[in-house]
Design a protein around this ligand. Structure first.
Ligand code: NAD
Ligand code: GLY
Length: 358
């Protein structure tokens, strides 16, 4: 088992990564002195696979569990589902010290975390991520959110978990497309922070796709360690943390233009990383070889390099105008300089228009 710590003073916590950890969940929680009533948020698919292991582990440790099954898919990150979870928490008489456990991918984690951040002004939150994307990204760092009809993640909070428990066995049931989607975020860490890790991925990504446990454990731990280092320096995204959004400005546009039903999040991020790198090349920031190397590793991971249909530059710009990171009417893009090195630069909308039309 590997352990990564996230050092945030009173909000510090451990990320535990290994095989067969689900059955230890109840015992792991004993250390936190929590109330016995506990809400487990998951969806029908994940519950069928892992629900009984988690439930019996919690019950063995003396917890009284209430399980809530939310819709599978992005639509669960809604105010309606949050309200149902508040109702369930109240019905089960959860108090301020009762844990809310998220068992599932990023959707379940973001929704359950949002409810944990707001129910009784915040209760203990436990992340048990079961997709690669959630294990390397969304379960770490405390960003929790639901969606608004006008955009993704517009209603949210920072609420750090008390523990992240990552059981590698859960990846065995994950559809290959979801595994590839998670790898996009893993590749992102190599680009923004750690050249050696990028090089490691070039030669080991195939083994990750083959579900090699040692490779998966290493790359999940490395990704979490990188994210932890960034979050420790800038928990609330005043500056540095924005580098985690490398590839996300274009990625979010591709997701929105296809109504969130065509690309997995990681696929959109992969295409976004390629496009923003092309933009950086147009500004003279990176070499053509850099772009080729990035595309090669994304291809090895089975990820798309560009959307299958083209979008009008007006539609792209319109969505970019509403990006949460914009400052003073300018886009803020995370641009690569080299492997392990990115920079945040302001980009005028007229320059972006020219680039998109060029
Ligand atoms: P997801 O939660 O929708 O999970 C993908 C699919 O895999 C779902 O159908 C799910 O039921 C299924 N699944 C989950 N675990 C499984 C398993 N072990 N075996 C088989 N199937 C399994 O998607 P995701 O990619 O995990 O997360 C995407 C969400 O994460 C988006 O809403 C995105 O906004 C959010 N996100 C949040 C952050 C953050 O910092 N909070 C970061 C990145 C992404
Ligand atoms: N996923 C971006 C962040 O956590 O900041």
């Amino acid at each position: 088992m590997k352990e990564i710590s996230v050092q945030l003073a009173k909000r510090s916590y451990q990320i535990k990564i290994g095989n067969n950890l689900l059955i230890n969940l109840g015992r792991e929680l004993e250390a936190f002195n929590l109330s016995q009533k506990c809400l487990v948020v998951t969806n029908p698919l994940v519950f069928k696979l892992y629900g009984s292991q988690v439930q019996s582990s919690l019950q063995r440790a003396g917890f009284k569990t209430t399980i809530v099954l939310v819709d599978d898919g992005e639509q669960a990150k809604s105010l309606e589902w949050a309200a149902r979870l508040y109702d369930a928490a109240l019905r089960a008489e959860l108090d301020r010290n009762s844990p809310i456990v998220a068992l599932g991918g990023g959707v379940v984690g973001d929704l359950a975390g949002f409810v944990a951040a707001t129910y009784m002004r915040g209760v203990p939150f436990i992340q048990v991520p079961t997709t690669l994307l959630a294990q390397v990204d969304s379960s770490v760092g405390g960003k929790v959110a639901i969606n608004h009809p006008q955009g993704k993640n517009l209603i949210g909070a920072f609420h750090q978990p008390k523990l992240v428990l990552t059981d590698l066995n859960t990846l065995k049931s994950l559809p290959p497309r979801e595994l590839r989607s998670g790898l996009a975020e893993v590749i992102k860490y190599g680009v923004i922070w750690d050249k050696d890790f990028f090089v490691y991925l070039e030669s080991n990504i195939k083994e990750a796709l083959n579900l090699n446990d040692a490779v998966l454990e290493f790359l999940i731990a490395k990704s979490c360690a990188i994210k932890a280092a960034i979050v420790e320096k800038d928990e609330q995204e005043k500056a540095l943390r924005a580098i985690l959004n490398f590839g996300h400005t274009f990625g979010h546009v591709y997701e929105a233009l296809t109504n969130y039903n065509t690309y997995r999040h990681g696929e959109a991020v992969a295409m976004g990383m390629v496009e923003v790198t092309k933009f950086a090349y147009s500004r003279g920031l990176v070499t053509r070889e850099f772009l080729t190397e990035l595309k090669n590793v994304l291809t090895l991971a089975g990820l798309p390099l560009e959307p299958s249909s083209s979008f009008s530059s007006d539609k792209i710009l319109d969505l970019m105008k509403h990006d949460k990171k914009n400052k003073k009417g300018k886009l803020q893009l995370i641009l690569p300089l080299d492997f392990g090195k990115v920079v945040s630069q302001a980009v005028d909308l007229t320059e972006m228009k020219k680039y998109l039309q060029g």
